[in-house]
Write a protein that binds this ligand. Structure first.
Ligand SMILES: Nc1ncnc2c1ncn2[C@@H]1O[C@H](COP(=O)(O)OP(=O)(O)OP(=O)(O)O)[C@@H](O)[C@H]1O
Ligand SMILES: [Mg+2]
Length: 254
């Protein structure tokens, strides 16, 4: 269980100002409990704060104030490495690439074994990437979808308590999204993994037990998908450059 209490993340309003000056609040007083073993879909408009919030949980961003606990232990000041050891895993919106490293290397580190049969079993169980991926270098030559599949596989191989995926469907072909969701649901059900997926994709959102909508750094909605849909439709009705009802300036690209 991950509990956020009055979490705030601010940055200097002006990049040349390294402290003491005015600040810009990116995450504004967010309190929420991610229950153990549940599947959460985080969605909301671009720039709303989804990635920032997920990075706060992993410790990639430090909280400015408030606290984050994992199973009752305060992890607010813990390093990324210690949070990873404590059982939190994170998949980046823009996945990292490692020149000179193969998928086999990453998977072995994640699974804690380089036994061929064990690695083959993991990939076969995933059903989203083929065995010939194993010796692919994880470099810039990989396609956007391939790198996402590799990252997802390495997260699952670590068997984390809490798995956070930031837009895992980016670059993924339509035929793979369904199987990918099934893999994450199976991990949730069989291993009790608390699963947090940032996504704009309806297939992921439909799989979620609870939706969290982040807008302007706050939780604009939490609950079932049915309740979220009217808000999402309202947002999509307001396209770039148009004025929303009641708005007097062009700021629809929220
Ligand atoms: N370290 C930072 N310094 C300054 N601004 C930041 C920082 N981190 C995030 N932001 C700003 O905070 C806002 C929220 O960013 P974030 O990446 O969390 O949005 P998001 O909801 O993930 O959007 P998207 O759907 O496009 O991925 C953006 O306007 C971004 O530019
Ligand atoms: Mg993002």
């Amino acid at each position: 269980m991950i509990e956020l209490k009055n979490v705030r993340f601010s940055v200097p309003a002006d990049e040349s100002n390294d402290g003491g000056g005015p600040t810009k609040t990116i995450i504004n007083d967010v309190s929420f409990t991610f229950e153990k073993g549940k599947f959460y879909g985080i969605t909301g408009p671009n720039g709303g704060g989804k990635t920032t919030l997920s990075k706060l949980i992993m410790g990639i961003n430090p909280v400015t104030s408030g606290s984050i606990t994992l199973d009752g232990q305060d992890i607010s000041d813990m390093s990324i490495t210690d949070r990873a050891r404590a059982g939190i895993a994170y998949g980046f919106q823009n996945s990292a690439r490692f020149k000179g490293t193969t998928f086999r290397d990453l998977l072995s580190i994640a699974a804690g074994t380089d036994d061929e049969a064990a690695l083959t079993r993991i990939i076969a169980g995933l059903g989203i990437c083929s065995l010939d991926f194993l010796d692919k270098p994880v470099d810039t030559k990989l396609s956007g979808g391939e790198i996402k599949k590799i990252e997802l596989a390495t997260i699952i191989a670590r068997n984390p308590k809490v798995a956070i995926y930031d837009e895992p469907d980016t670059g993924i072909d339509l035929w793979t999204i369904g199987p990918m969701v099934e893999v994450l649901k199976r991990e949730q059900k069989e291993k009790g993994t608390t699963t947090i997926v940032v996504s704009h994709n309806r297939t992921f959102l439909e799989a979620a037990d609870e939706i969290l909508m982040i807008r302007d750094g706050r939780i604009a909605y939490s609950g079932g998908l049915d309740g979220a849909l009217p808000i999402l439709e309202d947002l999509s009705a307001c396209s770039f450059g148009d004025l929303c009802e009641g708005e007097t300036d062009v700021r629809c690209f929220r």
